[in-house]
Ligand binder design. Structure first.
Ligand code: COA
Length: 250
């Protein structure tokens, strides 16, 4: 088990941030982790643990790790012959190109302002830097967009109203990663419509070659609205993870 410096978080928050490799499968030797953290000047360690691994959870708690959020994963069959949802007037969908990167980044900053994820939940992390983390993440996904990992947009006229980034995992599951609808367009069913359209477009692209393809999506446990949408899409809650932070600075 080794400490792994997280370069992205380190740059983002202006302090040395790290994770622990191998955390998913074994009880960590925290004395060794602490020794490595001191040697490398680590300010904060962030780890995710399956909620079922209570031995690991209790070991982390005893060592000063504090709970920051709980992530729930929903999975289901991608190919479900979903009918298209009816849309408000003027709404359309398209796949993003790298030229959309900046606009999607700005949109993500608005959607995820003061969000409920582990960065915003930690009072010791700057909330503006946490907002920026989501903007950067969304922008980078659009810049690196590919046929394997498309980003979908919902538009009102020419205006980008919402976005949904995806990635194809090593197990070939299609994961919907980061998604949001601009505050001024919320509450009109656009999120549900975007998910439905994205699933239909990926399914059509696969043209029946992946009949068993899995669709996977995650969020914080208290993000209730989106989970209602996922349940209606036939996805089921299948895994949960706690996120902990430990601080080494006063
Ligand atoms: C979550 C979000 C995408 C919803 O967008 P939206 O277009 O307003 O969603 P919809 O109109 O399709 O509504 C979806 C469901 O969420 C519910 N909902 C929307 N906003 C909500 C809120 N603030 N609190 C509770 N439920 C909410 C709606 O009531 C609806 O559920 P229902 O059909 O059972 O009534 C949008 O609020 C957002 O961008 N939030 C911040 C980012 C985020 O949470 N992204 C998703 C996880 S990565």
């Amino acid at each position: 088990m080794t400490l792994k410096i997280n370069a992205l978080e380190t740059r983002r928050f202006g302090m040395v941030c790290a994770g622990i490799d191998g955390m998913a499968s074994q009880l960590p030797d925290l004395a060794e982790v602490n020794r490595q953290a001191q040697m490398q000047g680590v300010a904060m360690i962030s780890v995710r643990v399956d909620v079922s691994a209570l031995d690991r959870v209790h070991t982390l708690e005893a060592d000063g790790y504090r709970l920051m959020d709980t992530l729930v994963y929903y999975n289901g069959n991608l190919a479900q012959d979903r009918p298209a949802l009816s849309l408000p007037t003027g709404i359309s969908f398209r796949v993003a190109t790298p030229q959309d990167a900046e606009a999607v980044g700005s949109l993500a900053r608005l959607c995820f302002k003061n969000y409920i994820g582990h960065y915003h939940s930690d009072p010791r992390l700057d909330s503006k830097a946490a907002d920026a983390a989501y903007a950067e993440w969304a922008e980078r996904s659009v810049r690196q967009v590919s046929a394997r990992d498309p980003v979908f947009l919902v538009l009102q006229g020419d205006d980008i109203a919402g976005f949904l980034t995806t990635r194809t995992r090593a197990d070939d599951a299609h994961e919907f990663v980061l998604n949001g609808v601009a505050p001024e367009y919320q509450g009109r069913g656009l999120y549900a419509a975007l998910l439905n359209a994205a699933a239909r477009m990926i399914d059509a692209e696969a043209q029946g070659q992946e009949p068993q393809a899995l669709l996977s999506i995650s969020t914080q446990i208290n993000n209730y609205g989106v989970q209602r949408v996922w349940a209606r899409m036939g996805l089921v809650h299948s895994q949960s993870f706690y996120t902990f932070h430990k601080w080494f600075t006063l």
